[in-house]
Design a protein around this ligand. Structure first.
Ligand SMILES: *Cc1c(COP(=O)(O)O)cnc(C)c1O
Length: 464
């Protein structure tokens, strides 16, 4: 047996990784040739790699490390729970204390009468739960034909076949197809798709596509509408202000269930406990994961309103995961929520970090590459463009310039992601103004270098 440790040379670790580890959302053959970055430890907002580089994590891992890295308390709780009760299921007339406590806490934090929690191991399987939940709900109410779920193009709801069908990522649908009775409407992305409309007009028009879809499919066929309060993986797309009130009106009018996918927006990211509160949405079901445990352990859930839970409870619900309400995951998530609450981290977001980040983020608009800067709480995006006035796309294939910019960020030890030609950030919520300053030194340097590179390579040109 080989012992693989942090102290091995990077090249050896990379070779072993390339030989045996298949990475998500990657072209693995090419990646293996290039060599991956090896992260060895982390503290606060900082990652350390196997070369000793200190990297500022502007993405909080995958939008999840809300309280920052390296919190001893979570390690302690996990160790204690593993010693006391490392595992037991919640299937057969059984429960345990961590899952009771976490469900109670989530019901207390969630708005309105979202009082019932069904646990999963992450966001994808929670959304799979939601598909079965909403279809079973209508079946139990004697309307089995009401089984179509409406979602949006360029939405991200997970990577399992069910949740990626809900999602609107064409590249994922092309590999494995989608399940039946999911219908996609257009996204409220004004920068890319708004044409000559004002943002307000466009927001209304895109919301009304929901009403048109319901009428086209038949009112008695539509079970639910699912959406992220702010689209995350789609590029931090913030809908115009007119959008959500109109969506809420339409859901109310037709009595369809509204599912808010809060996997990114939940637990402080938008400046409130949930994105639904920031955007004035009243969902029947919320999907949560990521920030619920700050990523320290895998756990997700569907948080369900009284009426839906009551209808589901009428019959046996044929659904569950081995790790639904895993005691170690539940105990760690609960400790994470305690820290968020007692250290007033959401107040820090609202009063300190988000206003400061917004001011810095919007100042990027003066950069020659940046056409639009959007930000809600601690999630932001900029659109890169060769011509701000016309919101032009680049002549080069979509994502070429975004990729160049992301590579420059990597090189300058700041993590920002690109989605096509949008750059996005979602730092840990505990980031301080001084760390935000440091992040922007690196972002400015990276944007300037990317600008120089695309000029030099003749890529600073608009599509015809
Ligand atoms: C990440 C994400 C998911 C999927 O969660 P996993 O834990 O990766 O399965 C679902 N919905 C949204 C909005 C997400 O950002």
């Amino acid at each position: 047996m080989v012992t693989i440790t942090n102290h091995m040379p990077t090249a050896e670790l990379q070779a072993l990784d390339a030989a045996h580890h298949m990475h998500p959302f990657s072209a693995n053959t090419e990646l293996g040739r290039e060599g991956v970055r090896v992260i060895t430890r982390a503290k606060g907002v900082w990652l350390t790699d196997s070369e000793g580089e200190e990297i500022l994590d502007g993405m909080a891992g995958l939008w999840c490390v809300n309280i920052g890295y390296g919190r001893e308390e979570l390690a302690e709780v996990a160790a204690r729970q593993m010693r006391e009760l490392p595992y037991y299921n919640t299937f057969f007339k059984t429960t345990h204390v961590p899952v009771i406590a976490l469900a109670q806490k989530l019901a207390e934090l969630a708005p309105g009468d979202l009082n019932h929690v069904f646990f999963s191991s992450g966001g994808s399987d929670a959304n799979d739960t939601n598909i079965r939940l909403v279809r079973t709900y209508w079946q139990n109410k004697g309307q089995p034909d009401r089984n179509v779920i409406i979602s949006r193009k360029n939405a991200y709801h997970g990577s399992s076949v069910g949740s990626s069908s809900l999602g609107g990522m064409a590249g994922m649908h092309a590999q494995g197809g989608i399940i039946p009775n999911i219908h996609h409407i257009n996204q409220p992305n004004w920068w890319a798709e708004g044409g000559d409309m004002t943002p307000a007009e466009f927001g209304l028009a895109r919301a009304r596509e929901l009403e048109e879809a319901i009428l086209e499919l038949g009112q008695d066929r539509v079970a639910a509408f699912i959406a992220e309060p702010v689209q995350g993986a789609g590029g931090v797309i913030v809908a115009p202000d007119t959008y959500w009130p109109e969506i809420q009106r339409i859901c109310d009018k037709f009595g369809i269930l509204l599912i808010a996918d809060e996997v990114i927006c939940g637990f402080g990211r938008t400046g409130n406990w949930f994105g639904s509160q920031t955007l004035g949405i009243r969902p029947h079901i919320m999907t949560v994961a990521k920030g619920m445990s700050s990523g320290y352990v895998p756990i997700g859930a569907s948080i369900i309103c009284d009426e839906v839970a009551e209808v589901i409870g009428m019959e046996e619900f044929n659904h569950g995961y081995t790790y639904s309400g895993h005691p170690v995951a539940a105990a760690v998530a609960l400790e994470n929520l305690r820290i968020l609450e007692e250290e007033k981290i959401i107040d820090h977001v609202r009063d300190v970090a988000a206003p400061y980040l917004k001011q810095k983020w919007e100042s990027l608009l003066v950069h020659p590459l940046v056409g639009e800067a959007k930000i809600v709480g601690m999630m932001g995006s900029i659109a890169l463009t060769p011509d701000k006035g016309t919101r032009a796309k680049f002549a080069a294939e979509a994502g070429t310039v975004g990729y160049i910019c992301r590579e420059r960020c990597f090189k300058n030890n700041v993590i920002m992601r690109h989605v096509g030609d949008r750059m996005i950030i979602s730092p840990p919520l505990v980031i301080t103004p001084a760390e935000i300053d440091e992040m922007f030194v690196r972002i400015h340097k990276s944007l300037d270098e990317a600008h120089a590179e695309i000029l030099e390579r003749g890529l600073f040109r608009s599509a015809a």
